[in-house]
Write a protein that binds this ligand. Structure first.
Ligand SMILES: Nc1ncnc2c1ncn2[C@@H]1O[C@H](COP(=O)(O)OP(=O)(O)OP(=O)(O)O)[C@@H](O)[C@H]1O
Ligand SMILES: [Mg+2]
Length: 262
């Protein structure tokens, strides 16, 4: 998946100012950055859901030339938040993924996808009565149902996830990131917006850092998650360390405790 010189204008406001982006199948590519920096806007542009200027291609095809059903067959999108206005059951929501992705209409997929996100047996529950984290996992099951096989006509499929673990407890964060990691391991592409920098360091192969509608920098977690990024992008003086045997950078918020105890 590649984006060159992506511009997005919403209303009268320029939101993205010429973003270049490249993600490889088989890898997890994370997008991080402060609130309002343009992460969700970039993900929506890459998914083809939002009008943009510049060039975006998916497996070498310009997305502007792909029909909606072709896009649906090649990539699944988990939005940052989803509102469901009608009293659907969980199964009805997850089954939407079947219609969307032409996934050979295997009727067992929704239940298998629910089991993957630790919601086995939730099929007939009312979606509206679920907790926030359960609803988020139902939406992920819908997306997984859509792109169940990691290839489509020998081309990789893509998971585009906007903060998939934002409202999950620590155990389910690992469940969901494990599902995404496994998708990449099998050859699919994963692009994921994240806020938790420690999980990003553990999970991502490559990281884009957004700031004010542009790419501030990119690199492997080890290369890009450093003191300078914390200061220049987030405006906080928070030293980054490295776990002794893991070579993974980690951020210890305890160093900021003076801001909470004043
Ligand atoms: N429809 C719109 N009209 C005008 N401005 C918009 C619109 N949608 C988003 N914006 C602005 O675009 C900027 C980028 O928004 P975006 O949702 O991409 O941020 P984000 O990086 O995903 O932030 P967060 O971490 O809070 O989810 C923000 O300043 C937001 O206010
Ligand atoms: Mg967002």
């Amino acid at each position: 998946m590649k984006g060159e010189n992506i511009h997005v204008k919403l209303g009268r406001k320029d939101i993205l100012h010429g973003v270049d982006f490249d993600a490889e199948p088989g890898k997890v590519t994370a997008i991080i950055g402060p609130n309002g920096s343009g992460k969700s806007t970039l993900l929506k542009a890459l998914s083809g859901e939002l009008e943009s200027y510049g060039e975006i291609s998916l497996n070498g095809h310009s997305i502007s030339e792909l029909k909606p059903w072709q896009l649906a067959a090649m990539r699944g999108v988990l939005p940052q938040s989803s509102t469901v206005a009608f009293p659907f059951t969980v199964l009805e929501i997850v089954r939407l993924g079947l219609a969307n992705g032409l996934a050979a209409a295997d009727d067992s997929l929704p239940s298998r996808a629910l089991a993957h996100v630790d919601l086995a047996g939730f099929e007939h529950r009312s979606y509206q009565n679920l907790s926030g984290g359960e609803q988020q996992r139902v939406q992920l099951a819908r997306v997984l149902t859509q792109v169940w096989d990691v290839t489509y006509h020998d081309q990789p499929r893509w998971l585009l996830l906007d903060e998939p673990v934002a409202s999950l407890d620590i155990a389910h964060q690992f469940t969901v990131l494990g599902v995404a990691r496994n998708f990449a391991k099998q050859g699919g592409g994963v692009v994921v917006v994240m806020h938790d920098l420690n999980l990003t360091a553990l999970f991502a192969d490559y990281v884009y850092v957004m700031s004010e509608g542009s790419v501030w920098g990119s690199g492997t977690p080890t290369a890009i998650l450093n003191d300078q990024t914390m200061l220049q992008v987030y405006g906080i003086d928070l030293p980054i360390s490295t776990l002794p045997n893991a070579q993974v950078p980690f951020i210890l918020p305890q160093a900021m405790r003076q801001t909470l105890t004043a």
